[in-house]
Write a protein that binds this ligand. Sequence first.
Ligand code: NIG
Ligand code: FE
Length: 398
Amino acid sequence: MKKCQHLISHARLVTCTDGPQALGTIESGSVALDQGVIVWAGPTSQCPYQGNDTTDAKGRLVTPALIDCHTHLVFAGNRANEFAMRLAGASYEAIAQAGGGILSTVEATRQASVDELTQLALPRALALRAQGVMTIEIKSGYGLDLDNEIKMLKAAKAVGQAAGVNVTTTLLAAHALPPEYKENRQGYVDLICQEIIPQVAKQGLADAVDAFCEGIGFTVAETRQVFDAAARWGLPVKLHADQLSDLSGAGLVAEYGGLSADHIEYTNDKSIEAMAEHDTVATLLPYAFYALQETKKPPIAGFRKRGVDMAVATDCNPGTAPTTNILQCLHMACTQFGLTVDEAFLGVTRHAAKALGLDHKKGQIASGFDAELLLWDVDDVAQLIYWQGDQKPTLICG
Ligand code: NIG
Ligand code: FE
């Protein structure tokens, strides 16, 4: 028998590996963990390992740790007043055009220090962690100038340290036009391309670059400039695309070989083809769809038909997705968008990892992948998803 640090046995093992069966479930499975890595996974009856520590799962579910691949969880203030305004009939776009929306969070976030932002965001990250989320993507986008965008990215990294989760950071300077550039759109796009992206890249503060391509955000031409600058600095791109209207944003980010197109309610067939061609993940954000009381659903049938991988994320932010409940988002992905349970679960494991460029080491239980696993007190993934979000798994790290 070979030796390893930790051996899990007799688990209903949901490997999320890429095989003929969607979730790659092994009915009575073992996983051997050593020095932070999975060294073996397969049927308990064939396991060649003995562990210094052992966990007998007794038939309960063991899955990869979850991944929330789209959040804006570093911010100050709140937008409860806008919730009330929307209930009274104001639209998200009208509130933004009147200077509220993203810009009201920018005002509050600019006034906060790195430490204050970190302390405000920590409970949000811990709430996700309690549901088994061990990797969180966090965007900037409420700073909208060099110093404040850098401040947000530093806070995001500090949150990861403090919460004990992996954080990937995304620069979203092209989220809204800051008030000081109201009459000078191109000036702000130049600032992003010539100063913010180069500085952030030089300091190693971002893993990707994102933009909000929309009538109330940035045009296709402006988004192209941002993506070209990201490419010059070797940063992969993703995009808030086709959320409120169809600007062919998903096709645009795919053309740049982007990691993901996110929201994508209005995405057209040509864009879906481009996503399939460039292997760009479709990231679904059902909580934002629900909170904005949208009616146009993302083209799930088209993604399925062309084999576009779908991720699911919280979009945690103070405007359109005031939530840290990823299990509830899975429930909503099924009830609102019609995903199957298996599709939804792959959306927070293998496909979420792919949306972050981490699909070589996260989101699956397979030899060589990071040893971050969850033991759930259920024996079936459907039980995690149908019941709205209060299951708390035990984390097993190697
Ligand atoms: O993903 N749509 C743009 N960005 C965020 C909302 C940010 C906000 O309203 O503060 C989103 O929905
Ligand atoms: Fe978002």
